[in-house]
Design a protein around this ligand. Sequence first.
Ligand code: FCB
Length: 375
Amino acid sequence: MHKLKFPKNFLFGAATAAHQIEGHLNNDWARWEKIPGNVSDHRTSEISADSWNKWRQDIRLLKNTSQNAYRFSIEWSRIEPTPGFFDKKVIGRYREMIDELNKNNITPMVTLFHFTLPLWVADIGGFTNRKTIDYFARFAGRMAQEFGRSVELWSVLNEPNVYINKGYFIADWCPGKKSYILGVKAFFNQISAHKQAYISMKKANPRVKVGIAMNMTAFLPAGRNIFDRILSRLARWIVNEYFIGRIRKQLDFLGINSYASYKVQAKKPILSGKIADSLYQLLIEAKRWRLPIYLTENGTPAADVDRQKFIQGNLSQLSRAIADGTDLRGYFYWSLIDNFEWSSGYTMKFGLHDINRQPRKSAKVYKKIIEENSK
Ligand code: FCB
């Protein structure tokens, strides 16, 4: 492996989402996952890793592995269970956690929408209803007001492209409404929701840095012919770039979630084999946005030996991309602990730790790399 090199103050962290780890939730996903057939192992997020109660243990895991950053989401349905009522107790509980992170020199990055909605928002059609744009912006502004002093980095929306694809096109995720019309509506309303959230957050506290966690897929033409090249360019534009282009002026940083890569071939099959250095590719492509970049998610559900290699190999790609001029500021492994993986239930395990918070060997491998590179 080539010698790794990261800038000073580089963030080495892990990511989670409220619905996947907290347990005890009453939102649209909690309702949806109870319907037989919606989750492959017939289990629910009801307890999951119980992080609503065990968050101090989560912080300890970060500490024990020398991580200096944590990306997590705060749950809209808990904070604003009915329109306009902001629950002080819940806000206080998140505040306690954020203060504890800062005290331990762990930089928080907060997500405001990670696939779940309060029931009162879901019941008016979620993001298909334009009213949700205003409700979301009000929530975002309020959160910047509450936490702006202790949280600088905000990955406001998580993976709008995946949310629309899974929730409306494939429809195997909540809200599970198979309709292209509704999906496209929700997609454009999420663009507006990001823009409005940006405005209200900056108004509440100009110090906050507003970003996104966009799922990006590395596409490379399989051959040198013009068809493969056009098709791969088109795929990149639709999947990775369109949404970002529309909100570019309302972004202080770009967050990239990276899981997949394909070679693109005009002949069947359209998508073939994986790309060996997909993260490097994505980062070099993302230079065009001229924004600071964070790898806001990257992980694997594979066996832990493979996870160890995955982490080593990927961090080496990041180091290479930095050497080649990418303004990369941080990396968040998905996930800190095993958790409720949406319609796959508990069958996919991405964690550096298992759901009982026992470290896997990969947690130690990550720790070692962090320690060697944060001197
Ligand atoms: C991402 C999601 C995250 C988790 C990982 C495995 O697409 O943002 O919640 O499900 O995939």
